[in-house]
Design a protein around this ligand. Structure first.
Ligand code: MRU
Length: 350
């Protein structure tokens, strides 16, 4: 149940004022740490999914604004802020569906607003980003503790994509629930769907669970319905990239599992912090990120779709609230219909 990566998934290096992160595109073959010194490099890392997963993106956005602040050479406060704004807009545009990214960016920008000097802006930006990173781990542990009570003493959990310590600063959301339940002495096994096209399930979820000695079996996404029909799955738990009033946006393939779980009478849970909630929008308002053709049309060095054939590659899908048994948050378990206006969602403004 260790749930902490060493070095961390993403961290601020105070001695050289840069961001250090695990390059998740290299896993499971290579564990490599990147030292990121520019906002452009960070934007590339987010676009390429070197850093990924909603809470980790929130922390990346926050550290990105801090990096923009410490590297900006402008002395005039107005010019300084216009540079920071440009960097923030660039970072926010890299993964628009995952709301935590813009949430982390806006939280640091809001904190900086009261600063009287450029120097103070830099200090506030770094401190606020460090606070966001610290809070993330505590938040994931609280989500884990809330959700663990939902699982029976012996349970096989199906999960999709990676909502673990690699998707957060530590512990994880969906995998945080698994870790907390094991910590309480429960016997939990995980079925990790490989998660086409970029294989976050087989590459990342399996990597972090086996390292922590948690029982994990990888299946292709198309095997999930068969396993549910055989009675081999007790519960589904996934993370989320954005939760609107009426739907949960998460990695493409999530909706398919929710439909199958409903058909087989299996509870379908979403584990996410309140920073992933978007009370201002409904499902129809959200544009789903469409990614490059090559991610589907190639596998390693091989071409697996004939040249000239059209490909679709939406990164996320949306699951209506009606298919969700509960959303597990740091403030407890919420059962739909959820009154989002009644939740204490910290939504910074700029
Ligand atoms: O494209 P990715 O790998 O960033 O997608 C990640 C997911 O869909 C996760 O399930 C989600 O961000 C929750 S992570 C705790």
């Amino acid at each position: 149940v260790i749930g902490v990566n060493e070095p961390a998934t993403i961290a601020w290096d105070e001695s050289s004022s840069c961001i250090r992160f695990i390059d998740q595109t290299q896993l499971p073959e290579t564990f490599s740490i990147v030292e990121c010194r520019t906002v452009d490099r960070l934007a590339t890392a987010i676009r390429r999914l070197e850093i990924r997963g909603a809470p980790a993106l929130g922390v990346a956005g926050a550290f990105g604004v801090a990096l923009a602040a410490v590297t900006c050479t402008k002395k005039d406060r107005m010019e300084f802020f216009s540079d920071i704004r440009r960097s923030s807009d660039l970072l926010a545009s890299t993964r628009p569906t995952a709301i935590n990214l813009s949430w982390g960016i806006r939280r640091v920008l809001t904190a900086m607003r009261g600063a009287v000097s450029v120097r103070e802006c830099r200090e506030i930006a770094v401190n606020e980003a460090l606070t966001i990173a610290r809070e993330d781990e505590a938040c994931c542990r609280a989500i884990g503790d809330s959700g663990a009570a939902l699982l029976p003493l012996t349970c096989t959990v199906l999960t999709h994509c990676n909502a673990g310590s690699l998707a957060c600063t530590a512990w994880g959301t969906a995998l945080g629930v698994v870790r907390s339940a094991i910590g309480q002495g429960k016997d939990i096994r995980v079925i990790a769907c490989e998660t086409r096209p970029l294989l976050q399930g087989s590459r990342l979820t399996a990597w972090e669970l086996v390292r922590d000695k948690i029982d994990v079996t990888v299946v292709t996404d198309s095997m999930a319905a068969h396993l549910m029909r055989q009675g081999a799955i007790d519960t589904v738990i996934v993370g989320a990239d954005r939760i609107t009033r009426d739907a949960v946006f998460n990695k493409i393939g999530t909706y398919m599992h929710a439909v199958c779980a409903r058909h087989h009478g299996i509870p379908f849970y979403v584990a996410a912090p309140l920073s992933t909630f978007d009370a201002d929008h409904g499902e129809q308002d959200i544009i789903i990120e469409e990614r490059a053709r090559d991610e589907v049309a190639t596998c390693g060095a091989r071409t697996i779709v004939p040249d000239g054939v059209k490909v679709r590659n939406p990164a996320f899908d949306s699951t209506p609230m009606s298919l969700i048994a509960a959303i597990i948050t740091e403030h407890g378990v919420l059962r739909p219909p959820i009154d989002m206006k009644g939740l204490n969602i910290h939504r910074p403004t700029t």
